[in-house]
Design a protein around this ligand. Structure first.
Ligand code: HEC
Length: 248
């Protein structure tokens, strides 16, 4: 009976496992840091929060940037009547057919003094419908196409990674129930994570599930890596060869 435990491995195999485990550990840290820097400002505040996650999949549907601006920092450049016309247009969906007759003349009065490419101020350009559309549409989060793209890359990529990691890890000697849990939990977490992206696009409350599944994935991967690394180098072969615990 051949026993698959790390102490039966050659030093070359141990080095191969060790360098792989260290690299994916580093990869995981990089992925987490990348998520942090790309998502933390989604809600306009530093630090990663549930709102950041909700905003990236569900979007911030409470209004448009244009409405926020003419009620806030840009309110000094617009009369009350004009503001009401723009808000009414936005509530109507901000369609292009009403843009030319009603909205464009309002923007031309003062806004275009600054909001054109030629002003040199690097502000959003409102001289065309396409330009104003960027701030006049409600943010509904990540598009379905981006979600599908991200999902299949994650499902293929992470499952292969977890398969190799798990294949190394099952050679360690720990409580068999804990071992089985650690083999299945990261796979399940990836599935729940990806599924909850779609749920969050539909209902922002599922952002909690995205975070929970991400945490389970991180915990399981870290446990597999740390236990494997430790046993590769420190678990001794039992003195009596028949003393192996039964294989599970
Ligand atoms: C005197 C120059 C000036 C005028 C006139 C002006 N803006 Fe602005 N606008 C700015 C500057 C500078 C910013 C960026 C700083 C800020 O957000 O406060 C800005 C930001 C904005 C933003 C936010 C863009 C974003 O990325 O979210 C919107 C929307 C906007 N302006 C709309 C308008 C509208 C509508 C008008 C006309 C009623 C107008 N602005 C008139 C200078 C101007």
């Amino acid at each position: 009976m051949s026993i698959h435990r790390f102490y039966t491995k050659t030093v070359s195999e141990k080095l191969l496992y060790t360098s792989f485990l260290l690299l994916i550990g580093l990869g995981y840290l990089m992925a987490t840091a990348y998520l942090y820097v790309t998502h933390e400002m989604n809600d306009g505040k530093p630090g990663l929060s549930v709102e950041d996650v909700a905003n990236s999949y569900y979007g911030n549907r409470s209004g448009t940037r244009l409405e926020a601006a003419i009620r806030g920092p840009m309110s000094g450049f617009i009369s009350d009547d004009d503001r009401e016309s723009i808000v009414a247009w936005l509530k109507d969906g901000g369609e292009e057919d009403h843009y030319e007759p009603t909205i464009k003349p309002i923007l031309q009065k003062t806004c275009l003094n600054c909001h054109v490419a030629s002003s040199g101020m690097n502000l959003p350009d409102f001289s065309t419908y396409a330009g104003i559309h960027k701030v006049s549409s409600v943010d509904t989060g990540m598009s379905m196409a981006s979600l599908l793209k991200l999902s299949h890359i994650h499902l293929f990529g992470i499952s292969i990674l977890l398969f190799i990691l798990g294949w190394i890890f099952i050679q360690s000697e720990i409580n068999v129930h804990f071992k089985r849990f650690l083999v299945v939990s990261p796979m399940l977490a990836v599935f729940i994570d990806v599924a909850s992206w779609f749920l969050t696009k539909w209902d922002s409350h599922y952002a909690m599930v995205v975070i929970f599944a991400g945490a389970v994935l991180g915990f399981s991967m870290a446990a597999q890596i740390v236990i494997s690394l430790y046993q590769i180098w420190f678990l001794r072969r039992p003195a009596d060869p028949d003393d192996h615990p039964p294989l599970k």
